[in-house]
Design a protein around this ligand. Structure first.
Ligand SMILES: [Mn+2]
Length: 409
């Protein structure tokens, strides 16, 4: 099978099918696109979403999965914003799409800022004044343009058109969805319609919690955008979730957005026997080795998660406080350091936090998220986040091959 070369400037190429099925947003006729591709039956597909300006982590993740020219790499929206190198990510990905035949990108809601620039949307100024990290800030800084309270959006448009027209054009032309034989890649989700291509474009890139909804496309829909840890019930985890019944795969590891977040690579290995799913991830936390087994004495699961932070403490103890939350039945044991009394009788959690106690074994490799609390450390093990007894972690020394062989003997 001839591999499909995908590049928007070549969209007249006969191997590329452009379907104009998306309801056009007023004045934006050229970006409402679905691109159809054929992926060979023996290919490896790597899907990464929500890089959010984290260039170094993204490059390390590509190394970790040994990304090569043979792979199909789908970047499923939100290259930009929140992290500190959005321009770097966009430039790097633009180069990748030119130098590698099968690198494909969909638009995320954070990648559409250039539309607001080009349309001179005055609301953009509020956004820029309230956001520390934005691709617009980075671009303006690069050309020595200082943003003030008086700056108007039209000045920004003129400056960026002068210096970054290529990048803006590239971002404007990203498709909303990519459809392959067995998969649809879209940043947020699809509406539950007979013809999924009637999904409103803005809904497709901004839909929250798609896993709690449904669709009628006859193939897997792979999305980012909504951190999967928001769906957690038992042990909070940032690993991709596959729902075989709903045919939805959600892969946003909450990189940058969630304190315990990670950048996931969802991997589809296509073989004659069928497609096999796996994943790997990277985050910024320091890595430790467990030096003794730990089995939690108390049963505690669940988590505090955006946007519900209000708590009703039921019973306090030395390390954790049993709490209730409106709208849920279970009792959450919240680490005391994560509870604040805003005013008498009014309690809140200070951030998202796991309430799960997890078991570890001697020799496990874990990452350390918080060691500033009494009695317990908050760790991540295989993507799952929870508390273990304090004092059983030692700094991880990468073992040589011969040491590892000795250990396995
Ligand atoms: Mn998003």
């Amino acid at each position: 099978m001839v591999p499909t070369r995908f590049f928007f400037l070549q969209s007249g190429h006969q191997e590329i099918y452009v379907k104009m099925g998306w309801r056009a947003r007023k004045g934006r006729p050229n970006v409402n696109k679905v691109n159809y591709i054929t992926i060979p039956r023996d290919a490896r597909i790597i899907v990464i979403s929500d890089i959010h300006g984290e260039l170094d982590l993204f490059k390390k993740l590509l190394d970790k999965v040994s990304f090569s020219r043979e792979d199909y790499l789908i970047l499923n929206g939100d290259l930009c914003e929140k992290g500190n190198n959005s321009t770097g990510v966009v430039r790097f990905v633009m180069e990748l799409t030119e130098s590698h035949p099968h690198v494909l990108v969909t638009e995320g809601n954070c990648d559409t800022l250039v539309e607001d620039v080009l349309e001179e949307n005055p609301k953009l100024m509020n956004y820029l004044h309230s956001r520390k990290h934005s691709i617009i800030h980075e671009w303006l800084q690069e050309i020595g343009f200082t943003l003030t309270e008086e700056t108007e959006v039209i000045e920004i448009k003129e400056q960026l058109n002068l210096h970054f027209a290529n990048e803006m054009e590239w971002l404007m032309k990203l498709p909303t969805a990519i459809e392959a034989d067995d998969y649809i890649f879209v940043h947020g989700g699809l509406e539950d319609r007979e013809d999924w291509m009637e999904t409103d474009r803005i809904t497709a890139i901004t839909m929250r919690a798609f896993l709690e909804k449904s669709h009628r496309a006859d193939k897997y829909v792979i999305v980012g955008h909504w951190p999967v840890v928001n769906y957690a019930t038992d042990i909070p985890s940032n690993n991709p979730i596959i729902d075989e019944t709903k045919k939805i795969i959600a892969i946003d590891g909450g990189n940058i957005i969630k304190r315990t977040g990670q950048l996931n690579a969802f991997i589809i290995d296509r073989t004659a026997e069928g497609d096999a799913f796996s994943h790997t991830y990277l985050d910024h936390f320091p890595v430790f080795e467990v030096k003794e087994d730990f089995q939690p004495q108390m049963v505690s699961a669940g988590s505090i998660s955006f946007p519900v932070y209000e708590l009703q403490p039921v019973q306090a103890s030395h390390h954790f406080t049993a709490c209730k939350q409106d709208g849920r039945e279970d009792i959450l044991f919240v680490k005391n350091e994560y509870i604040r009394e805003l005013e008498p009788g009014n309690f809140t959690a200070i951030s998202d936090v796991s309430c799960a106690h997890i078991s570890v074994k001697k020799g496990d490799i874990v990452s350390l998220i918080d060691d500033c609390c009494t009695g317990y450390d908050l760790i991540k093990k295989d993507g799952g986040v929870g508390w273990i007894k304090k004092g059983i972690l030692v700094e991880y020394q990468e073992k040589s091959v011969s040491e590892r062989l000795m250990l396995n003997m």
